[in-house]
Design a protein around this ligand. Structure first.
Ligand SMILES: [Zn+2]
Length: 288
């Protein structure tokens, strides 16, 4: 698939309101077009006068429950699904305004963000878009967790998950982010967890409402949500969504193939740290 060579932004502002999955707090999110070379930046409108936080790996301050970025004591939490949307739709520049510290979780997927951006359209800018090109394979493994990056002409991500659960088992999916598959195939996949996991239920904000509206809940070999799954392999699709979000923090689209097995935010971030250090495995490339 052809690699997009020009930077892009959304064509008009959009607004969404929802609840933070960890905080239970209502937040209003506004995405605005931004000029060339601006990148993705998060602004806290409830803290006037504070600077925007660039959505870059170097600004990640926590990944234990969600991806949190921060600068000078100002944080924005749970950015992964919106970041995946930008990367999945090829948006390089956007001003993200949020009136709280945690992003709204919406329905646990990126469907609303993708649909809203798709509705206003994408503006192609004139500045060239730089790519992060994988030049030599690099892999890390820890027990059965694995992440690798390999040279490839497209931007491909392949994810594999495995759970000791009859409903999930082992699932794999691979997509080329240049193929415009994100909106239909990946964005609607919701986050998931198991009913027996107390931490997960806390994460859902039980008591603050909205558990089955913000995630797929699995109880043994049953889906608790009445409407069932959106895809038979919705679990691995959501994992891919999270991976796209994690790798977007590199700050530019990748030209290469990322493979993950049983990875999560923490292990993906460990990989990115190694990747940056390993200067012989990548280079940045800017078209004419
Ligand atoms: Zn997620």
């Amino acid at each position: 698939m052809a690699i997009r060579t020009r930077q892009q932004t959304l064509a008009a502002p959009i607004t969404c309101t929802g609840i933070g999955v960890h905080s239970g707090k209502t937040a209003t999110l506004t995405l605005k077009p931004a000029p060339e070379n601006h990148g993705i930046r998060f602004f806290r409108t409830d803290l006037p006068g504070t600077q925007g936080i660039p959505a870059l790996f170097s600004r990640v301050v926590d990944t234990s429950l969600a991806t949190v970025i921060g600068e000078n004591g100002v944080i924005v939490s749970t950015i992964e699904h919106l970041m995946a949307t930008f990367a999945g739709m090829g948006i390089d520049n956007a001003r993200v305004e949020l009136d709280n510290y945690e992003m709204p979780i919406m329905d646990g997927s990126a469907a609303v963000f993708a649909k809203e951006i798709n509705a206003v359209g994408i503006l192609i800018q004139t500045a060239p878009r730089s790519h992060f090109v994988v030049t030599h394979p690099i892999e890390i493994a820890d027990g059965d967790k694995f992440v690798g990056a390999y040279p490839d002409d497209s931007f491909r991500i392949t994810c594999t998950i495995e759970f000791p659960n009859a409903l999930i088992g082992r699932q794999s999916i691979s997509i080329d982010l240049g193929d415009n598959q994100f909106i239909g195939e990946i964005a609607p996949a919701r986050t998931f967890g198991f009913l027996h996991e107390v931490a997960f239920m806390k994460q859902l904000g039980l008591g603050r409402g909205g558990s089955l509206e913000t995630a797929v809940v699995v109880d043994g070999d049953t889906i608790v949500n009445q409407e069932g799954l959106r895809f038979a392999d919705e679990f691995v699709r959501h994992k891919l969504l999270d991976c796209i979000g994690d790798f977007s923090l590199i700050g530019m689209p990748i030209r290469g193939h990322i493979k993950t097995v049983k990875s999560g935010h923490l292990f993906n971030h460990r990989f990115i740290t190694e990747f940056f250090k390993n200067r012989s495995s990548w280079e940045t490339m800017t078209p004419e």
